[in-house]
Write a protein that binds this ligand. Sequence first.
Ligand SMILES: NC(=O)c1ccc[n+]([C@@H]2O[C@H](COP(=O)([O-])OP(=O)(O)OC[C@H]3O[C@@H](n4cnc5c(N)ncnc54)[C@H](O)[C@@H]3O)[C@@H](O)[C@H]2O)c1
Length: 435
Amino acid sequence: MEKQETRRDFLKKTAIMAGSTLLATQLSWLRGYAAGTGGESDKKVRIGIIGIGSRGHLHLLHLLTIPQADIVAVCDIYPPHLERAKRMTENKAKGFTDYRKMLDQVKDLDAVLIATPLHTHATITIDALLAGKQVFCEKSMAKVPEDALKMVQTALQTGNLLQIGHQRMFNPKYLRAFELIKAGQLGNITQIRAYWHRNSNWRRPVPPGNVADFADPQMYPDMEHFINWRLYRAYSRGLMTELASHQLQVANYILGSYPTEIMGAGSINYWKDGREVYDNVNLVYAYPDGTQVIYDSMASNKHYGLEEQIMGPKGTMELEAGRMWSETPPSAPGILQLINNIEHGIFDDLPLGGASWIPDKPVEDKGLPILDEKLNDDGTHLELEGFVHAVQTGEKYRDLLAQGYYATIASLLGWESMVTNKVVTMPEELVLKNI
Ligand SMILES: NC(=O)c1ccc[n+]([C@@H]2O[C@H](COP(=O)([O-])OP(=O)(O)OC[C@H]3O[C@@H](n4cnc5c(N)ncnc54)[C@H](O)[C@@H]3O)[C@@H](O)[C@H]2O)c1
């Protein structure tokens, strides 16, 4: 693996020194980082990983490079994944197929990382919190809002850490953008458009085997459902919980709120292959201040890729591309201005403020980078360092938990709006009272 961003690189790149910037004073996990600049603690954190498929495998690779992380146990119901994980730890980690046994039997287990399919997150997280463990759970939190709420409540009741895998909150490019936005660079944000487009069937190859040999056949009727759980409603909310949740989290954070009304339309309009989740979703999220987030995701065209476009009266940012534009860029020197005018056919005398017949033209310049340096981490390594740091120091990152929670709720209410064909209002009982 390439050299990862370290906490120190991170602090340098984002220029977040103890308490000196807006974000560091607002975000608990950045305060934690800033406070750690005086020296890293050597205290080892004993971690068990539950679910070592695609994402869990990546997390294990990262954790093996973090000196304070001690992977003492690995758990997966699928034997090939469990064996691979044990090998990766050079058989130092004890293997389990039942996470409850892992929670019971591993002595001094400090923390667990959960990267199982969505429908299992709530039960495993709540069991782990009740067993006294600090928990990192991948997004989205749960398949239904009530379970996500129970997860938060259990974290608060037990006083344990529950961190949700929203790595953009640790990505220096995003943090820099947030800082500029909060400082007013774009003016008050008036609209966010976000999308995630792919052109693939989103299927994984199904290996041979009998699912009943290792999993409950009531839960998974065959290997197809076990491997491609994302495509079926018993386990997943498809594009909403797998992709949209990341971008809705970013929108919520930028707007400093959560959506109160949601309207959406979803369909399976291309991959009519037996899947049960939409391959095409379009939603409008309305926020209390009148701002809207316009969201769409599809699986049959990748031309526009993925992006979060943040717009205000003073400028625009594209967070995935990492670029920003001013609405009033400094004027080009005379000759360039002239060429530009000729190219755009704007040459005659114009009334002040522009003529009504001039079409609104998109900005064509490349804008400025949000962060000068190129990153080799999307925030995943840093969020894991952040998790280890929190377990070492006893920090709880409750503001980060609220981000994970409202991102999940926004994804799930969007799903509800699409399946019911109704405008969905945020229910009062889902609003967190104590974070
Ligand atoms: N943050 C991100 O960018 C990101 C990226 C990819 C996936 N994810 C999330 O990670 C989670 C896992 O996704 P994935 O792509 O790795 O799925 P996956 O199917 O590749 O892996 C899931 C693993 O969990 C195991 N498993 C299932 N039930 C289990 C149980 N009860 N106990 C122990 N192990 C169990 C499976 O055998 C499998 O190995 C999902 O919630 C997904 O949304 C997050």
